[in-house]
Each structure stands twice: as C-alpha cells, then as structure tokens.
Design a protein around this ligand. Structure first.
Ligand code: ADP
Ligand code: MG
Length: 258
C-alpha cells in the first residue's frame, strides 16, 4: 500500500500539535511501522523533540523552492524505524518566497512524490506551523488527511470553522480532492476539572466519530520529554502520557489501515 501523508494542524499555537506529531510518530514506529516525521515549523520543536539538531540547509526549504530533493534531507533518529526531516530558521522565509513560485500550493506534494513512490514509509507525519499560511497550505495540498489537536479548554473550537472552510475550499477547487479531517485528538485533558469534561463533550458532539476515543492527559512528563530529545515512550515508558499516545497510535493505525 502507498505511503500515507497525514498533517498535524491547527492554526492556534500551544494546542499540542508538536507533542502529538512527535509522540504519535514515535509510537507508530515502535509499533512496527516505518515513519517519516516532517518538521515544517520554523520553530523546529519536533526536530529537537526527536533528538535532532537544526542544521543550516537541512530543512525542506531548499526542495520546496526547487533546490535539491527532499529525500536527501531525511535523517535517521536514534529511534528504530523513525526518520525525520528537520526544520530550521530558513523555513521562516518560505511562506513569502513560495507565493512567488510556480504551482506554489503544490511544492511540497511534488517534493514528496519520490518518497511516496519509494513506498519505504507507511506514513509521513507533518508537524505544521501555527498558521494557515502557504507553508501549511502546502501540507494540506500534500496530505491524505489532517489530524487536528484540540486543547481541552474554553475556545477549543475557536478557529475550527476557518479550518474546515479551508479544507472544503482546497477539496472543491481541486487543489487536493482527497483532503479531509482524518481525526481530532483532545489534548491536555485534566481529569480534575469539569471544564475538560465539558469541552470533551462539546467536541464529541460537534465532530462525532472523527474524534479519537483516546484523550491525551495533561502531564508534566509530556512537557519535560522534549528537553531530553526523546519522545515520551523513550523518556518515561510507563507514564500516563506514554500509555495515552500508545493507545492513540493503535487507533490511528487502525483508522489509517496501516
Ligand atoms: P503546538 O505545537 O500546537 O504549538 P505543543 O505540542 O508545542 O503545541 O505544546 C505546547 C506546550 O504545551 C509545550 O510546552 C508542550 O510541552 C506542552 N504540552 C503539550 N501537550 C501536553 C500535555 N498533554 N501535558 C502537558 N503539557 C503538554
Ligand atoms: Mg508546534
């Protein structure tokens, strides 16, 4: 089966995109699939989260603008079956420069084609920046589906209507006829508060079965792990955060058919 591409996206910052991209990627790899994590956020948190360095010229930036191939940018991580394409600051300029490029929405899809054709990876997971600018739209144009993390707090659904509008636009205009909301994952759930339960209820009512059954708890271990350059299952295997992302990964693989 062909390599699937899933983008982890939400234009809001701080909702758990990077934490979900890194830990989902690590758990899916630990469960026996070959995974490529593509860091598209200039902040490069997913890059350091899997123990890689930012290196000048090491990101997707060049290939997006037609310089070199994306395959050359792939790095092994210290974790079995998990490879990554790092980010670095040069991606900051990509939004502006891509607008001037031909087929500016399809640059990433085109760059990913050889990687998908090689069929080495079962899934490519893209960590998107917190915006709906051109870099994110490139991820949307390349993706088979989106995973949207929502933080269990007031305003969790804020901005969701612009996100769904863009999905529909990209699909209806033929930019990406496959694009759909593949899954919603509730993050930073605090079992001690009614608010978390209320928000979870509202989100499930709004999205139905698109919401993953697994809810990610708020735990300091998940916030600490990146400073050690490790996904949670390699930092604290028996923690609640590790257990949650392991179950989420099972649900994810089942839904994706990998
Ligand atoms: P985004 O990529 O959407 O900006 P991050 O994944 O970077 O969001 O998360 C924002 C902050 O919240 C980070 O400091 C991260 O470590 C922390 N965080 C994310 N998920 C959790 C969680 N489940 N429990 C505790 N802290 C979390
Ligand atoms: Mg992030």
């Amino acid at each position: 089966m062909a390599t699937k591409v899933i983008a982890v996206a939400n234009q809001k910052g701080g909702v758990g995109k990077t934490t979900t991209a890194v830990n989902l990627a690590a758990c899916v790899a630990a469960q026996g699939r070959r995974v490529l994590l593509l860091d598209l956020d200039p902040q490069a948190n997913a890059t350091s989260g899997v123990g890689l360095e930012k290196e000048p010229g090491g990101s997707a930036y060049g290939p997006l603008l037609g310089q070199g191939s994306l395959t050359e940018k792939i790095k092994r991580t210290p974790f079995e079956r998990l490879d990554a394409i790092p980010s670095e600051m040069d991606l900051c300029g990509a939004d502006v420069e891509l607008i001037r490029a031909e087929q500016h929405l399809h640059r990433l899809a085109l760059a990913l084609e050889p990687i998908q054709a090689a069929n080495h990876y079962q899934v490519v997971l893209i960590d998107c920046p917190p915006s709906l600018a051109v870099l994110t739209l490139n991820a949307f144009a390349a993706a088979d589906g989106l995973v949207v993390p929502l933080q269990c707090e007031y305003y969790a659904l804020e901005g969701i209507s612009s996100l769904t509008r863009i999905i529909n636009q990209l699909r209806d205009t033929g930019v990406n006829p496959r694009l759909h909301l593949f899954g919603v994952v509730m993050t930073m759930f605090d079992a001690r508060t009614n608010l978390s339960k209320q928000v979870e209820g509202e989100v499930r009512q709004h999205f139905g079965s698109i919401v993953f059954d697994t809810v990610i708890p708020r735990t300091t271990r998940l916030a600490e792990a990146p400073s050690f350059g490790k996904p949670i299952i390699h930092y604290d295997k028996y923690s609640a955060g590790a257990a949650a992302y392991e179950v989420l990964a099972q649900e994810f693989c089942e839904r994706l058919g990998i």
